[in-house]
Design a protein around this ligand. Structure first.
Ligand code: SF4
Ligand code: SF4
Length: 233
């Protein structure tokens, strides 16, 4: 899931400036979970904008604004209200905003209402936690299914560092040392021998941007059966 945080209202209002009519687009998936772009959040922002003297010409919360086809449908259904607006306020992640830009036929000015923070998961208490940095070379199997690249503040591939203290991290004493967690997890699974392996530095060329992946079914259609494995580049 893509984790977002709302931008400060004063920052959004500054960007909107003198524009009077705004259309709001939220996101029914990740941003709804983060409480930044779901229906309730869109309605809350709508009320605020109206109190500030703006007219909200309409709003929509597509299920997946980062899926181009979904955003196209949502924009097409609200064509009139969008045309009427001076600009669009996007309450979603950076992927969604880019999808909006690519699919907005009216070439409206798009204001970004959220900051995109990280890829994360939701724990049992509803807290959003960063768990993967999309390094392109997953080594979770060697680290007991716990990502050291992301969860160790130093990104150590072989830990723990000398600063770990009673299972806590020296960078943030309120957090568990991820390498202690890895050790305990491997021990429970009789895989402590994996701690003895030294991990080679990551091949960060796999993270060179922008990355692109052709899923196998698309590759088979566009590049012939020989290329049907799907390839990231
Ligand atoms: S090693 Fe960590 S950052 Fe890399 S892909 Fe696996 S979970 Fe993500
Ligand atoms: S104490 Fe553990 S989690 Fe913290 S920086 Fe050192 S190895 Fe990483």
């Amino acid at each position: 899931m893509i984790i977002t945080r709302p931008k400060e209202l004063k920052e959004i209002l500054k960007k909107i400036g003198d524009e009077k009519k705004i259309f709001i687009v939220g996101c029914g998936e990740c941003a709804a979970t983060c409480e930044t772009g779901g229906e309730k959040d869109v309605l809350r922002v709508k009320e605020i904008l109206e109190k500030e003297g703006k007219t909200v010409t309409g709003w929509v919360v597509p299920e997946a604004p980062c899926v181009a086809s979904q955003i196209k449908i949502a924009l097409a259904k609200n064509k009139k209200a969008i045309k009427e607006a001076d600009s669009v306020l996007a309450l979603m992640c950076g992927l969604g905003v880019q999808s909006m830009t690519e699919n907005d036929r009216d070439k409206k000015s798009i204001h970004v209402g959220c900051d995109t923070l990280f890829m994360g998961e939701v724990d049992k208490d509803g807290v959003l936690l960063e768990r993967c940095s999309a390094c392109g070379d997953c080594t979770l199997e060697e680290t007991g299914g716990i990502c050291a690249v992301t969860r160790c503040p130093k990104g150590l591939l072989d830990g723990p560092c000398g600063g770990t203290d009673k299972g806590k991290c020296e960078v943030d004493k309120d957090r568990d040392c991820v390498w202690t967690l890895i050790y305990n997890t491997l021990k429970e699974r009789n895989k402590l021998y994996l701690m003895k392996d030294t991990h080679l530095p990551k091949d960060y060329s796999k993270m060179s941007k922008p990355r692109q992946l052709v899923p196998p079914s698309i590759a088979a259609k566009t590049q012939g059966p020989g290329k049907a494995q799907g390839a990231a580049k």
